[in-house]
Design a protein around this ligand. Structure first.
Ligand SMILES: *Cc1c(COP(=O)(O)O)cnc(C)c1O
Length: 363
């Protein structure tokens, strides 16, 4: 059997007719950018999350960049962020001229809230929280710190559409929540897309102007903006998928529960669920000190796994200017050598799930 780490075609097949109908409807409408589909999606997604406003943009990275820009964070400012994240989180900070200050992760792969306070300086302007692999970060202590030190909180929710912390959806805790709709995400489009969400009307209004060349009224530009819009076809297709997001997340949870119950291999450490959090299992990430051997073993069986992520941002060539030595973030670096993501996707069959479990257990 051949099992890929992800199968986006299966996700399409699940609601094929509805996707096809919506795509044709938008094509026939003659209106492709900033129209009714986007307005409706923004309303429906804000409602789903329980937040005041949603503004569609062109990608998750743009959402992060725009959020930090709107908060007035830039050159000379520091933003606290966990070391083990996708590099786009860090680029959202540095593209605004601000400096990332890295904090080690906890055993749930999210920022270790015990280690934030020691990194706060007079230049710290915000905490960028990442809800990595689909699981919410420990938001209450983070929000307490933000109040104590008057810091902004931005949430990178690119991997956590619908995830909850104490019954509240991620993206609704901080000043601005940022989402990606890249095809592999839990709420994935059929191309690039992203959104920012907020309870602040001013941020929402400014984001809508900024994403469209700084233009409120056609050909009248009040500020210098960017071109970062979520197009009508993607917005329409996301509306179709949003109706099923809870079902899709539930299906991932079922796969994860089956893995957790049946994988028993002494060299493989299973992921843990934080008490009171509802993970949406964007990835199922195990840890093992024998990663290279396990990858080879699975490959021989036709099971493809992935590493999220092999090089932590602080050691990436792109961030050499930050001058971070190997060993400066030992936990982050250890994770980058030990984590392995197993196949998990919507439309995964029972036989495929069992094949992965047997494959790991035979290691
Ligand atoms: C995917 C992702 C992003 C970037 O989203 P794009 O839409 O690909 O730009 C940012 N942060 C995290 C944690 C991600 O997983």
């Amino acid at each position: 059997m051949e099992i890929h780490c992800n199968r986006l075609d299966r996700g399409f097949e699940l609601y094929k007719e509805e996707f096809e109908r919506k795509a044709l409807e938008v094509l026939a409408s003659g209106w492709y950018v900033l129209g009714n589909e986007l307005n409706s999606f923004e309303q429906e997604y804000a409602e789903y999350l329980g937040v005041g406003y949603c503004v569609g943009v062109a990608s998750g990275l743009d959402a992060l960049k725009i959020a930090i820009h709107l908060l007035g964070i830039g050159s000379g400012d520091e933003v606290i962020v966990q070391g083990n994240t996708y590099i786009a989180t860090v680029m959202g900070i540095t593209e605004n001229g601000a400096r990332p200050v890295f904090v080690e992760p906890d055993k749930f792969f999210n920022i270790d809230v015990q280690k934030i306070e020691e990194k706060i300086t007079e230049n710290t302007k915000a905490i960028m929280v990442v809800h990595l692999y689909g699981q919410a970060a420990d938001m209450h202590p983070i929000m307490d710190l933000s109040k104590k030190y008057n810091l902004r909180v931005i949430e990178d929710c690119a991997q956590a559409h619908g995830a909850e912390y104490c019954g509240k959806k991620v993206g609704t805790f901080g000043d601005i929540g940022c989402f990606s709709f890249y095809p592999t995400k839990n709420l994935g489009a059929f191309g690039d897309g992203g959104a920012i969400v907020t309870n602040c009307k001013e941020f929402s209004d400014r984001a809508k102007v900024y994403r469209n060349y700084g233009s409120e009224k056609k050909y009248y530009n009040s500020i210098i903006g960017v071109n970062s819009r979520l197009d009508e076809i993607q917005a329409g297709l996301l509306r179709v998928k949003l109706k099923y997001l809870d079902t899709l997340n539930w299906e991932r949870k079922k796969i994860a529960a089956t893995y957790l119950k049946n994988i028993s291999q002494k060299d493989v450490q299973l992921p843990m669920e934080h008490l009171g959090c509802k993970s949406v299992w964007h990835q199922f990430v195990v840890k093992t000190k024998k990663r290279e051997k396990l990858i080879k073993h699975l490959d021989v069986l036709g099971i493809h796994s992935m590493v999220h992520y092999p090089i932590p941002p602080h050691l990436s060539e792109a961030y050499r200017y930050l001058n971070k030595a190997i060993g400066s973030l030992p936990i982050t670096e250890a994770y980058s050598e030990e984590v392995l993501s197993l196949p998990i996707y919507n439309g995964m069959t029972d036989a495929e799930i069992k094949y992965v479990i047997d494959g790991i257990n035979s290691f």
